[in-house]
Design a protein around this ligand. Structure first.
Ligand code: BGC
Length: 736
């Protein structure tokens, strides 16, 4: 016994010596030496994650004694711990455990920690990748100052169905664009490392195809072809991995009969073996335990077995691992090598973060937590991102607000709401930080006479009486969703804006003699055909975060000329969902007024607003694209040139979009697919030539065997300012 104790003491000494060198790149020695000291129960403990019981983001399991379990080495990570004080409390308990292995703290830092930025879908509309990287960096800086090591972001789910509530967390419907956004968000959160304690681990979620839930119902089954999985849903995950993402989270849904939580092909074979992912996979909240509810496992013991075999390294909140893995190993159903592999992956991240050197290293920046400090520091970025996220859909000479406008009516409670501007998943954002639309406008237009009117009851949407509107020069009305109407478990069958909101816009127009500007707020594409003719201008303003009011005022006054583009298609009817621009072609493509073509009897197939659409206060002319050859071989660089001219009277920014069509392939290819874009700033009358370079890799796709290939043949290239406003050229790709 004595000998045994001295071996432990010696080993612990050796380990702590190794801990101090822990910021080297390769931690395998240190990790292995910790692992060699661990009991099986301690190893399984590392694979167990609980939520701070004061703050939950899913169904709670009662009667857990977290502090005791942490002391016993039965917990590797906590989520939803948002204060340094609470983090310290938990970490203190971990330091009382036998091996003093530090806890990892995770949180959903989705669009900011305290300085809340536009919802991710809104940011995606900016098409400003560098600014998206910046907001992720700031989120990481603020989160890490609160003791958070790890964000459950970015959400890289491709979302083609506006009925699904989590569209708001994503970058929209396009796979190629989703890849670009995934990359910058991962890089923004993680930086080049965690040495400065101001970057955090990122997590690509939800692996995989969560956005393809049947009928847009959150958590529902996904039934898609393997080819669609590879072609549409997986590439943003691969892009996150290539950008070095530290962790993955699997999804709640099943895919073609196999729940993602137990999907061995996805987690172990593809992600870890084929793609070579070295980080760890966390489950979604309770998703391991849910396997029995799916009807895939008979009880939580079998759930734990199937999930561990499939490659899920950490169980979030279901207790399946901590209660069953040891027994499963004893029964010979699970190999301890799989446990060791999972624990190695988790410990490596803890070493990389420097937690073995100093378990409290992220908890020492309290001086940065002062509300005024954090609240003030990054507002400019939030304001800029807010303005760039806004998409102008319609403008019949109503905007920008003219100097002659003196009397403005601001109508609708969303204009006064601070809470709703934060949007869903707003971490530590506080309503009191938010600049409302009303305040933003008053500040921007100090000489105008701005009055506020409720318009409708915020609780039940009933219309309220309005005063005489004849004396106003401009009416600004906000309609759409409250912040808790989009997000997890917020699917809808009807994505129409509430009929009273739309009626209000009509009433305002009919009872006034001035332009009516509608601000459409929400977290998903919404339908608003009924009000559309009565609004002189329509802007999609999402939920823009702490600077919402200033960003909106900047755009309304023309201080910022709107430049946002829709990252999702806006349908004309809920029944068109799922609707997305890059559909397949069909043998009977739609043509206006034609019979025997794809479409609907009772409505058009056309969207209300297409992917990539968005107006400016100025006008741009985009030339035909030119290429220098008619044929290229596989090694060529294909240069596509185009000129853009600002023909209007305001300085502005146009997002020039590049699409391609593979004319005929060994499997069918979409009508068009985005393969490039460029934001171009132009003064009035200024012209710029821009060049896109494509390689044969950009023309590839997953074939019937799901291998990525580029096939020779004809290609069309399209350039324009929206997916439905394009000019084209074409070339042949030849085998060398
Ligand atoms: C969500 C995840 C989230 C997790 C932790 C789940 O319900 O699906 O996206 O990261 O909760 O809050």
């Amino acid at each position: 016994m004595k000998r045994y104790i001295s071996v432990i003491i010696l080993s612990l000494f050796a380990v702590s010596a190794l801990y101090s060198q822990s910021r080297k790149k390769d931690y395998s020695l240190q990790v292995d030496s910790v692992l060699s000291l661990m009991t099986l129960e301690e190893k399984i403990g590392q694979m167990n994650q609980y939520s701070n019981d004061r703050q939950n983001t899913g169904p709670v399991i009662n009667n857990q004694d977290h502090l005791r379990e942490i002391r016993e080495g039965r917990v590797g990570s906590m989520l939803n711990v948002t204060s340094v004080t609470r983090a310290n409390q938990y970490q203190d308990e971990a330091m009382k455990s036998r091996l003093r292995i530090p806890l990892l703290f995770g949180l959903d830092v989705i669009h900011g920690m305290k300085t809340i930025f536009p919802i991710p879908l809104g940011e995606a509309a900016s098409f400003d990748l560098e600014l998206m990287r910046k907001t992720a960096e700031i989120a990481a800086e603020e989160a890490s100052a609160h003791g958070v090591h790890w964000t459950f972001a970015p959400n890289v789910d491709v979302s083609r169905d506006a009925r699904w509530g989590r569209v708001m967390e994503t970058s929209g419907e396009d796979t190629w664009y989703g890849k670009q956004v995934a990359k910058v968000r991962v890089e923004g959160f993680q930086g080049n490392g965690y040495e400065n304690r101001n970057r955090i681990l990122a997590c690509a979620k939800h692996f995989a195809a969560y956005g393809a839930a049947v009928a847009g119902k959150d958590y529902a089954e996904v039934d898609i072809s393997e080819n669609t999985l590879h072609q549409v849903y997986l590439p943003p995950f691969k892009a996150a991995l290539d950008a070095g993402v530290a962790t993955f989270m699997h999804s709640f849904n099943e895919i073609n009969g196999i729940p993602a939580a137990a999907h061995k092909y996805l987690q172990r074979d593809l992600l870890k073996d084929t793609w070579g992912f070295g980080g760890f996979v966390v489950s979604d909240w309770g998703s391991v335990g849910d396997l029995a509810k799916h009807g895939y496992a008979k009880d939580i013991k079998e759930s734990a077995l199937l999930s561990a075999l499939a490659g899920c390294d950490m169980d979030m909140c279901s207790e399946s691992y901590i209660k069953n893995l040891e027994q499963l190993i004893k029964e010979g159903l699970l190999d301890v090598a799989l446990i060791d592999d999972a624990v190695r992956r988790i410990l490596t991240k803890k070493f990389e973060l420097g937690l073995f050197d100093d378990p409290y290293c992220f908890n020492r920046r309290e001086h940065e937590l002062d509300d005024k400090n954090i609240n003030g520091k990054y507002r400019d970025i939030a304001r800029e991102m807010g303005a760039k996220s806004i998409v102008l859909l319609k403008n019949e000479a109503a905007l920008p607000i003219a100097n002659s406008v003196k009397n403005i009516a601001v109508v609708g409670p969303l204009n006064k709401s601070q809470w709703d501007m934060l949007g869903n998943w707003s971490a530590l954002g506080k309503p009191e930080y938010v600049i409302t639309v009303l305040d933003g406008l008053k500040k921007a237009l100090p000489k105008a006479n701005i009055s506020y009117h409720e318009g409708y009851n915020f609780r039940n949407n009933e219309l309220l009486e309005m005063p005489d509107l004849k004396n106003y020069d401009l009416i600004i009305v906000a309609v759409g969703e409250k912040s808790m109407e989009s997000g997890e478990a917020k699917s809808k069958v009807d994505i129409n804006i509430n009929k009273n909101h739309q009626q209000l816009v009509k009433n305002l127009k009919e009872n006034s003699d001035c332009p009516v500007v509608a601000l459409v707020m929400g977290g998903r594409p919404l339908v608003f055909k009924d009000m559309e003719p009565y609004a002189d201008a329509i802007l999609i303003t999402w939920w823009l975060g702490v600077e919402a009011g200033n960003s909106i005022a900047d755009v309304l006054t023309g201080k910022y000329n709107p430049s946002g583009k829709l990252p999702v298609t806006y349908p004309q009817h809920s029944g068109q969902c799922p609707i997305y621009y890059n559909t397949k072609r069909t043998g009977r493509p739609w043509r206006p007024k034609a019979q025997w073509v794809t479409g609907y009897m009772d409505a058009t197939v056309l969207p209300a607003y297409a992917f990539g659409y968005g107006l400016s206060y100025t006008q741009f002319e985009i030339s035909e694209p030119t290429i220098d050859k008619n044929a290229y071989d596989m090694d060529s660089k294909i240069s596509v040139k185009v000129t853009v001219k600002n023909t209007g009277k305001y300085k502005g920014c146009e997002t020039v979009q590049l699409y391609l069509q593979d004319v005929a392939g060994s499997i069918t290819r979409p009508v068009i697919e985005l393969c490039g874009f460029r934001r171009v700033d132009l003064e009035p009358n200024e012209t710029k030539e821009i060049e896109f370079i494509l390689t044969s890799g950009d023309l590839g796709f997953f074939n019937a065997k799901n291998e990525f290939v580029t096939e020779p043949g004809d290609f069309k290239i399209f350039v324009g300012n929206s997916s439905d406003n394009l000019k084209s050229t074409q070339f042949e790709l030849i085998k060398k």
